[in-house]
Design a protein around this ligand. Structure first.
Ligand SMILES: [Ca+2]
Ligand SMILES: [Ca+2]
Ligand SMILES: [Ca+2]
Ligand SMILES: [Ca+2]
Length: 277
């Protein structure tokens, strides 16, 4: 239900961005300017307002040895990485510390990025067994990734990905055909319960905006120190309701719909890949 409303809003928002860009170009160059110049200016003006102010900076040290993705956080690489909180309430009422808490770390190797996510959730709930059905209304971990930190719309394109990682370790996002599809080949995911926490480890291939659904043999980008990407982590918490009860993320949203990260990559934080400490 919520998503149906969002789709309408997204169309409006995209039209708004286009109108602003065109207006800026027109004001500077007038109607006599060449088409090529106008196109360049429109593109630049679009990029300038594609990032929301006040994004978090996430630092990821390089892992000398890649973590083993097994839901056990004993890997040496994790000890050097700082925790980042998942504490921005985007949807739902106030919640208690036994209902939900979340935090995460990031490290990288030239082949992929790795996340360690620690979740407190009192009830683990997977109502929709089909991974493509209302996946955001089951408990799910969302990893938002923008290979070039461009910001901008990513609803029906691969300017960025919003991997909805389900309790059965599948990663779902919307394809360019506007249908939900599995991108589980991009995301290795395992979690385990440890005392009162879920310890979740993920390894994610980083694909650029040129990614094409169904094209064979697409290679993820090779990562290096100094690279900047867009990243945001969130959790959809449902403990038995028809719709998800809370949606909590790592980035503040001060204006507009707080849950629009699946459309707007401008909300993502800035992930910087550092050398090994
Ligand atoms: Ca591990
Ligand atoms: Ca809960
Ligand atoms: Ca992008
Ligand atoms: Ca839950």
């Amino acid at each position: 239900m919520g998503r149906a409303v969002n789709h309408t809003k997204a169309v409006t928002a995209r039209a708004g961005i286009s109108a602003r860009s065109g207006g800026t170009a027109g004001a500077h160059f007038g109607r006599v300017a060449g088409a090529a110049v106008l196109m360049l200016t429109a593109s630049w003006a679009g990029a300038a307002d594609r990032q929301v102010m006040g994004r978090t900076e996430y630092r990821a040290p390089r892992a000398a040895i890649a973590p083993v993705v097994d839901g056990v956080a004993g890997d040496a690489a994790w000890s050097a990485a700082p925790w980042h909180e998942i504490d921005q309430r985007w949807l739902g009422p106030e919640y208690g510390s036994d209902d939900f808490q979340g935090r995460f770390k990031v490290v990288w190797t030239p082949e992929r990025i790795y996340l360690l996510v620690e979740i407190v959730d009192d009830i683990l709930y997977d109502r929709h067994r089909n991974p493509l059905t209302r996946y955001w209304d089951d408990d799910c971990l969302e990893i938002f990734l923008d290979e070039d930190f461009s910001g901008g719309d990513h609803q029906y394109n691969h300017n960025a990905f919003a991997y909805h990682v389900s309790l059965d370790n599948q990663a779902i996002d919307i394809g360019t055909d506007r249908a939900a599809r599995s991108y589980s080949s991009h995301v290795q995911s395992r979690w385990r319960q440890q005392d009162d926490k879920v310890v979740w480890e993920l390894a994610i291939d980083v694909h650029p905006d040129s990614y094409r659904d169904d094209a064979p043999d697409q290679q993820p980008v090779r990562l290096s120190a100094g690279k900047v990407m867009g990243l945001m982590v969130a959790y959809c918490d449902n403990d038995g309701s028809e719709l998800r009860e809370n949606f909590v993320g790592s980035e503040p949203v001060h204006q507009g719909k707080k849950d629009r990260g699946w459309i707007d990559a401008g909300l993502f934080g800035k992930l910087i890949l550092d050398e090994a400490p």
